[in-house]
Design a protein around this ligand. Structure first.
Ligand SMILES: NC(=O)c1ccc[n+]([C@@H]2O[C@H](COP(=O)([O-])OP(=O)(O)OC[C@H]3O[C@@H](n4cnc5c(N)ncnc54)[C@H](O)[C@@H]3O)[C@@H](O)[C@H]2O)c1
Length: 253
């Protein structure tokens, strides 16, 4: 089960954190992978790790807010691997700032990376996927996407962008599933990465969070990566438009 041999995957924001975990897990499941992020050098290090596992990978510097770079990433993937089967929209930023202090530029930057970037990558990849009438798109949202019963202060722009990702996932499901492309989202809870470092660094905040997570620990990138492997596999062919929470039970608590 969950064998991705012969499949080709692009993961954005894959130089570290959850993206790195995802690209490693997809490679372990057999996929050829494209490690994409804003630093070619950092991506190359992840590629070397993957090649060490005996899998095929290459690095592409891609700022997901730049359409020309996204188009180039997709072009290079098709040139190198012949097709795209899986896209994982993962690149994101979460700068903490009280709502009353967020500037227009800061708002635009978060929405550009976390939402416009997902649109650009999904559109460019789906244009390739429709040719083969198959594909899997997995969007990394967040339990901060709204309507989930948990609140996040100082992240108005981030929460709005993740709500947009959930809505985009649902809409793309309607348009792309008939064309053979499954579109799903994953909503992680708190995962230990450089992004969550400022939050988890405060022992009181961490204690408060742990008290609300039935699993009793914060998540690791692999926890999200395993869910991505599942949603990218043939076993998930009948799943589209879903938002899967990976939160150690937090939302049920
Ligand atoms: N860590 C958590 O607790 C948590 C929880 C829920 C959702 N998420 C989501 O998971 C995803 C990964 O987050 P993470 O925790 O690994 O954070 P991270 O900061 O460790 O990794 C994010 C990656 O995105 C890249 N990136 C930023 N701007 C980019 C751009 N313009 N173009 C391309 N890449 C860009 C960064 O370079 C970085 O490598 C994000 O979408 C985040 O919102 C994280």
């Amino acid at each position: 089960m969950f064998d991705l041999s012969g499949k080709t995957a692009i993961v954005t924001g894959a130089r570290r954190g959850i993206g790195r975990g995802i690209v490693l897990a997809l490679a372990e499941a057999g996929a050829d992978v494209v490690v994409s992020d804003i630093s070619q050098e950092d991506c190359q290090k992840v590629v070397e790790e993957i090649e060490g596992l005996g899998k095929r990978a290459f690095a592409v510097k891609c700022d997901v807010t730049q359409k020309s770079e996204v188009d180039e990433m997709v072009k290079k993937t098709v040139e190198e691997f012949g097709k795209i089967d899986i896209l994982v929209n993962n690149a994101g930023i979460a700068p903490l700032k009280p709502f009353l202090e967020i500037s227009e530029e800061e708002w635009d930057k978060v929405l550009d990376v976390n939402l416009k970037g997902y649109f650009l990558c999904a559109q460019a990849a789906a244009r390739e996927m429709v040719k083969q009438k198959s594909g899997k798109i997995v969007n990394i949202a967040s339990v901060a996407m709204g309507q989930m019963g948990v609140g996040f202060a100082n992240l108005a722009h981030y929460c709005a962008s993740k709500g947009g990702v959930a809505a985009l996932t649902e809409e793309l499901c309607l348009e792309l599933t008939p064309k053979g492309i499954n579109v799903n989202a994953i909503a992680p809870g708190v995962i230990e990465t450089p992004m969550s470092e400022p939050i988890l660094a405060d022992p009181e905040v961490k204690k408060g969070l742990l008290a609300r997570i039935p699993r009793g620990r914060v998540g690791q990138p692999e926890d999200v990566a395993h869910a991505v492997v599942f949603l990218s596999s043939a076993e998930a062919d009948y799943i589209s438009g879903a938002v899967l929470t990976v939160d150690g039970g937090w939302l049920a608590g």
